[in-house]
Ligand binder design. Structure first.
Ligand code: NDP
Length: 296
C-alpha cells in the first residue's frame, strides 16, 4: 500500500517569510520607510498572548515595524473604536490586526467594520470579503490564502478539480471556497447540515477540512490520491494517561495517509502559513498605500 506525501507547511512558510524579508529592503528604498503592522490585544487570554507575541517577533524578523497595543478586557467599545481610528490615521501603520476573540461586551463586527479596508490585513472587513467574492483585488484572510498557496505548490493548476470545503465560517470556509473558485475548481461547501458527508468528501480531488472537530474526517472517506488540507486545530487528551494534551487536526491523519496523494500535518501544515501570509498581506498593503506595484 502506498503512503501519501506529507506537505511541509513549516518549510513553505519559512521560504515565504524569506521572500518577504528580501522584498522589505526594496520597499524601504522606494517608500523611505518600513512596512508596519499594528496588533491589538484585548484582555489576557494566554493563547491570544502567545499568538500576538509570535506575530510581533516574526514581523520584526522580516524587517518590518511591529506595534503592539495591549488593552484590558474591561475596555469600552468606544475606546477600542477610538484606538482603531488612531491606527487608521497613523502613517507608519500599513496593517491592523485585532486579535480575536474579543470580550463579550464588545461587538466584534463593529470593530472589524471600523478598520480601514486598505489596512485590513486579516481580510475580514466586508469590503475585502466583497472584493474577493467579486473577483477584485482584495486583502484575503490569511489561513485560506495559506491553504491555496500550499495547494498550488502541490498540484499546480487547480482548474476543473473537484474541491470540497468542510466548514463555512467567514474566516476560513467561505473565503477558501472563493479562492478555489477563482482558481477554476468545482467547489462544494459542506457544513453541519450536509447529508452523507462521507460521500460528498469521497468525490473530491481536493479536501479542505475547517471544522474544529478532532479527526472527524475518516481515512476511508478520502478518494484515493486526493490532496487534503487540514485546517483544524484541536486540543485532545494524550493517548497515554499522562494528563497532558496534544494537538490534532480535523482529519484522522494516520488512517488517511493510506488514501491521500498528499496531506498537511497538524501541527506543521497550515498553522505556520497563517502568520507568513499575514506578513505578506502587510507587505501588499504597504505597497498599495505607497502607490507601488504589488510585490511578486
Ligand atoms: P467555526 O466554528 O467558525 O466553523 C466551523 C464550521 O464547521 C461551521 O461552518 C460548521 O457548520 C462546520 N461543522 C461543524 N460540525 C460539523 C459537522 N459535524 N459536519 C460538517 N461540518 C461541521 O470554525 P473556524 O472556521 O473558525 O475554524 C475551523 C477550524 O480551523 C478550527 O479547528 C480552528 O481552530 C482552525 N483554525 C486554524 C487556523 C490556523 O491554522 N491558523 C486559523 C483559523 C481556524 P455550521 O456553519 O453549519 O455550524
Amino acid at each position: 500500500m502506498s503512503i501519501g506525501k506529507i506537505i511541509d507547511g513549516k518549510a513553505f512558510a519559512a521560504s515565504l517569510r524569506e521572500r518577504i524579508a528580501q522584498a522589505v529592503p526594496v520597499f524601504v528604498e522606494q517608500a523611505g520607510r518600513k512596512p508596519g503592522l499594528a496588533v491589538v490585544l484585548v484582555g489576557e487570554d494566554p493563547a491570544s498572548s502567545v499568538y500576538v507575541r509570535s506575530k510581533g517577533k516574526m514581523t520584526v524578523a522580516v524587517g518590518m515595524d511591529s506595534f503592539e497595543f495591549k488593552r484590558p478586557a474591561t475596555i469600552g467599545q468606544d475606546d477600542l473604536l477610538d484606538l482603531i481610528e488612531e491606527l487608521n490615521q497613523d502613517e507608519r501603520v500599513d496593517g491592523i490586526l485585532v486579535q480575536l476573540p474579543l470580550p463579550n461586551h464588545i461587538d466584534e463586527a463593529a470593530v472589524i467594520a471600523a478598520i480601514d479596508p486598505a489596512k485590513d490585513v486579516d481580510g475580514f472587513h466586508v469590503v475585502n470579503a466583497g472584493r474577493l467574492a467579486t473577483g477584485q483585488e482584495a486583502l484575503v484572510p490569511c489561513t485560506p490564502m495559506g491553504c491555496i498557496m500550499l495547494l498550488k505548490d502541490e498540484l499546480g493548476d487547480l482548474s476543473g478539480k473537484e474541491a470540497v470545503v468542510i466548514g463555512r465560517s467567514n474566516i476560513v470556509g467561505k473565503p477558501m471556497a472563493q479562492l478555489l473558485l477563482a482558481e477554476n475548481a468545482t467547489v462544494t461547501i459542506a457544513h453541519s447540515r450536509t447529508h452523507d458527508l462521507a460521500s460528498v468528501v469521497h468525490r473530491a480531488d481536493i479536501v479542505v477540512a475547517a471544522v474544529g472537530r478532532p479527526e472527524m474526517i475518516k481515512g476511508e472517506w478520502i478518494k484515493p490520491g486526493a490532496t487534503v488540507i487540514d485546517v483544524g486545530i484541536n486540543r485532545v487528551p494524550d493517548d497515554e494517561d499522562t494528563g497532558k494534551s496534544r494537538i490534532v487536526g480535523d482529519v484522522a491523519t494516520a488512517e488517511a495517509l493510506a488514501h491521500v496523494g498528499a496531506i498537511t500535518p497538524v501541527p506543521g501544515g497550515v498553522g505556520p502559513m497563517t502568520i507568513a501570509v499575514l506578513l505578506r498581506n502587510t507587505l501588499v498593503a504597504a505597497h498599495a498605500r505607497a502607490g507601488l506595484a504589488k510585490p511578486d
